[in-house]
Design a protein around this ligand. Structure first.
Ligand SMILES: [Zn+2]
Length: 131
């Protein structure tokens, strides 16, 4: 008996927009299961495009960084609606809170492991991401 494992991989052509337009160019990269799939830089209008093969079945995690900046999680996307998503990301990211008013992690969507580092930064100890 063979077990058939079906892995659905799609090529994603993402058009991204950082709003408000950042004052410096940012490096944007996408990771799935801790592997960097693609990396790019925003243009002067805060726009970027990324092409990558999404196929891990896990979330696609978008990070951003810039000169003298921490690497922060921008968004964690579980599933793309189509192969050519057009997504506007806001920086700073809007904080989502749970019913108890605690900030939740964009990746695990729970507040359980989130620590506040300072007025604008949070860290999820489970996913080891700053956001
Ligand atoms: Zn988390």
């Amino acid at each position: 008996m063979h077990t058939l494992i079906l892995i659905l991989s799609i090529t994603v052509y993402l058009d991204g927009h950082i709003r408000p337009i950042p004052t410096t160019r940012l490096t944007i990269f996408v990771k799935e299961e801790n592997k960097i799939l693609a990396k790019t830089t925003t243009n002067s209008k805060g726009d970027f495009s990324l092409t990558f093969n999404s196929g891990s079945g896990k979330s696609s995690d978008f990070y951003y960084t810039g000169e003298g900046m921490d690497t922060l999680l921008l968004a964690s996307i579980k599933q793309f609606e189509n192969e050519t998503p057009n997504i506007t990301f806001s920086i700073p990211a809007r904080r989502k809170k749970n019913a108890a008013g605690k900030v939740i992690c964009p990746k695990c969507e729970k507040a359980d492991h989130v620590k506040q580092l300072n007025t604008t930064r949070y860290y999820c100890e489970k996913d080891k991401v700053k956001f």
